[in-house]
Design a protein around this ligand. Structure first.
Ligand code: ARG
Length: 473
């Protein structure tokens, strides 16, 4: 038996209707691009109005088209619409239904348009909407952190490098680090919005059209700043999707770092925070356990979001201009990344708002591990005039002695300290406590409670100043 005969037999057995079924299965996108129905209908309404305004179709046909499109919108929203894989995608499903509803006038809607610019405009509108959702969600997360920072501007905790106790910081200061991170994410959302705010509609298949269309009119009707300037680029560009996935991946990565900290802080060994029942689960076998499942899932879902970025970059790399069907693979990545990220941000906002802070455990840990050693060295420089390198050496000897005796630095006696260096005086005990340590770090952006409060005021004012009015298309 020849190879080709064998494979035909395989096809025949697996797919009753032959190769056509396989073609339909690989070609159809309706199972996922139906998500674009509202954008698709909105785009078609705007296009039909422009066609009538420019005299390309009659006002009567336009009215019929718009009436039919509105009927389809209600049918879909009420779950009465029958999507068909035979009709490939959302564009053909809507157009076929329009023909069934209004007859020949439906055939005029696709004048001066192609599915290539149609899908580009639909998808841009969808991504824009997602960015508006993300804008609001990130703002809520930042506000949650600002509230926790204000509450704990003076609560001391250990600051870490290499996850080893480094220097005491305040919990408020640590929260404000996340305010900085998520504010950068928010600014990336707004930058991306500004760049993608151009309408590709009217680029047609790739070369533009001979009909006297008005692309400025459709751009304005759809809420875009202006039309795109090159018809070839308009139908081959997916930068807006890649930018969304890039900013989503960076944001997810920030969320996963926070998730990891929540996992660590909530262990009995650290005991810095208590997760609310709402965001933790019990164990089916160990009654004492309270697991940070939501945080762990945020940490894990980052893999999915980051994977989608690499996935679409790989789809787009090496694609010749202009449109290729490869680009249909852009949607599932973006839809799943968006849904996943929305959930991650919401879960984290809830956890940050709800978590109980164990200030006593944080303070105890802040004082361990010789976290004020740098304060001693700085004191020797400031008060005794030692060069920093020498102060570092003296402090190292003090730490070694404290370690040998099994006590904290501020538990060494003055006599013991003076034996190490005669220039040390009683005043040194004023900097060896964790509270004194954080209070002294009042450099701009430092951990001192007063400085943390200053940064909270700055971010509250800036958030208010830059707030965007809620927008829905
Ligand atoms: N479903 C297609 C997509 O998502 C629409 C564009 C089809 N264009 C084409 N020339 N076949 O990309």
């Amino acid at each position: 038996m020849s190879d080709s005969k064998a494979s035909n037999q395989m096809w025949g057995g697996r797919f009753a209707s032959g190769p056509a079924a396989i073609m339909e299965a690989i070609n159809a996108s309706i199972s996922f691009d139906r998500k674009l129905y509202a954008q698709d209908i909105k785009g078609s309404v705007a296009h039909s109005r422009m066609l009538a305004a420019t005299g390309i179709i009659s006002a009567g046909d336009q009215a019929e088209i718009e009436r039919g499109l509105n009927t389809i919108l209600s049918e879909i929203e009420e779950g009465r619409f029958e999507f068909s894989a035979k009709l490939e995608d959302i564009h053909m499903n809507v157009e076929a239904r329009l023909a069934a509803l209004i007859g020949t006038a439906a055939g005029r809607l696709h004048t001066a348009r192609s599915r290539n610019d149609q899908v580009a405009v639909d998808f841009r509108l969808w991504v824009k909407d997602e960015l508006f959702r993300l804008d609001a969600a990130l703002t809520a997360l930042i506000e949650a952190f600002l509230d926790r920072a204000q509450e704990h501007a003076a609560t001391v905790m250990p600051g870490f490098t290499h996850l080893q106790t480094a220097q005491p910081v305040t919990f408020g200061h640590h929260c404000m680090a996340y305010v900085e991170m998520f504010s950068r994410d928010l600014s990336r959302v707004r930058d991306a919005l500004r760049r993608m705010d151009e309408s590709p509609l009217g680029a047609a298949a790739l070369a533009g059209t001979g009909f006297p269309i008005d692309r400025h009119m459709t751009a304005e009707a759809l809420g875009f700043r202006e039309p795109t300037r090159n018809s070839i680029d308009s139908v081959s560009d997916r930068d807006f999707a890649l930018e969304f996935l890039s900013l989503a991946a960076i944001c997810a990565t920030h969320l996963s770092r926070l998730a990891e900290e929540i996992v660590i802080w909530s262990t009995p060994q650290f005991g810095f925070i208590r997760l609310s029942d709402q965001f933790s689960t019990g164990s089916s076998i160990m009654p004492q356990k309270k697991n940070p499942d939501a945080a762990e899932l945020v940490r894990a879902k980052t893999g999915r979001v980051n994977g989608h970025l690499i996935g679409l970059l790989t789809v787009m790399k090496g694609l010749p201009l202009a449109y290729s069907k490869d680009m249909q693979e852009d949607k599932e990545a973006v839809f799943d990344a968006a849904e996943t990220l929305d959930l991650m941000v919401a879960a984290m906002t809830g956890m940050v708002r709800d978590m109980g802070i164990n200030a006593a455990a944080m303070k105890k840990a802040a004082g361990s591990g010789y976290s004020t050693a740098t304060d001693l060295a700085d004191w020797l420089v400031r008060e005794a005039g030692l060069p920093f390198r020498e102060a570092h050496h003296v402090t190292g000897r003090a730490v070694a002695l404290a370690e040998k005796k099994g006590v904290a630095l501020d538990r060494l006696s003055l006599a013991e300290l003076q034996e190490i260096d005669g220039r040390i005086t009683d005043a040194v005990f004023g900097v060896l406590s964790v509270n004194a340590s954080v209070k002294s770090r009042a450099s701009f952006g430092g951990t001192a409670p007063g400085e943390v409060r200053r940064q909270i005021r700055y971010w509250r004012a800036r958030l208010k100043r830059d707030a965007r009015p809620a927008k829905r298309s």
